[in-house]
Design a protein around this ligand. Structure first.
Ligand SMILES: [Zn+2]
Ligand SMILES: [Zn+2]
Length: 258
């Protein structure tokens, strides 16, 4: 026998479900603040803002997915100059224009909802790509605990969460830690960046990564030093392979202070 209360709550849920079908609930776009109807799976950015984002188009470097000029061969000049410890890097957007503003705000203006929304873009970008079926686990690039405390969150972790849901892979945030409080890489020149990030990370649970194919996630790849250093430590701890996924990738070398 159903109790009166459970029948009431069943009818209420049914009514709400029917209403949602007739009038889909509107979502709020964290970029422009406007409301929009759900239009593509898990995406949490409106179609107008999405159109304005600098999506990467081929030809691309086969190693880091940085766009290469028509006459340039792959791997790109960056990858030829400096081999990386990760096998393959994928970025979805260029680190320029509105994407640059969004990622900057997600990092420095306490806008965690922007990082999550960017994560939904990545989640949609990689879903149904067979390459990612072979991944065993997902690890976001960690921040130093002092930075997490002052920022309130790790944006890489917020970006990685929807990707983990989409790919149905475990998200591990305790395995790789940052034990060195480094200067922001964006404040360093190219030569300094490498030195700044060296030995900044530690794998505290080798068993968790041993023999695993790992997808490392971060907001931006510029020189790739931070991602490569994380990959190096994961491989040293026994990981089988490390691949990288970032929301954006820097393109113009002139942007990096030397
Ligand atoms: Zn919008
Ligand atoms: Zn490259």
């Amino acid at each position: 026998m159903f109790k009166k209360r459970s029948i009431f709550s069943f009818c209420r849920s049914l009514g709400r479900g029917l209403l949602d079908l007739l009038y889909p609930p509107l979502l709020i776009c964290p970029v422009c603040g406007g409301s929009f109807p759900k239009y593509y799976g898990k995406l949490r950015i409106c179609a107008d803002c999405l159109k304005r984002l600098p999506i990467i188009t081929p030809p691309l470097c086969e190693v880091c997915s940085r766009p290469v000029r028509g006459d340039e061969s792959s791997p790109c000049a960056e990858c030829r100059r400096e081999p990386r410890f990760y096998r393959r890097g994928k970025a979805v957007f260029l680190y320029t224009g509105m994407m640059r503003e969004i990622l900057h705000a997600a990092k420095y203006d306490f806008r965690p909802e922007l990082a999550t929304a960017i994560g939904t873009l990545l989640a949609v970008g990689v879903e149904d790509i067979p390459f990612y079926d072979k991944i065993d686990l997902i690890i976001p690039v960690p921040l130093h605990p002092a930075k997490v405390k002052s920022r309130g969150y790790n944006q890489a972790e917020l970006i990685a969460a929807p990707v983990a849901v989409s790919l149905r892979k475990p998200l591990q945030i305790q395995t790789l830690v940052r034990n060195k409080l480094t200067r922001s890489q964006s404040k360093c020149g190219r030569a300094e960046r490498k030195k700044n990030i060296a030995n900044a990370f530690t794998v505290i649970d080798g068993q968790a990564v041993a023999g695993k194919k790992i997808l490392l996630i971060d907001d931006i790849a510029t020189t790739g030093y931070t991602l490569s250093e994380c990959a190096r430590m994961l491989l040293l701890a026994g990981a089988k392979e490390v691949n990288v996924l970032t929301a954006a990738i820097g393109v113009l070398e002139e942007n990096w202070r030397t």
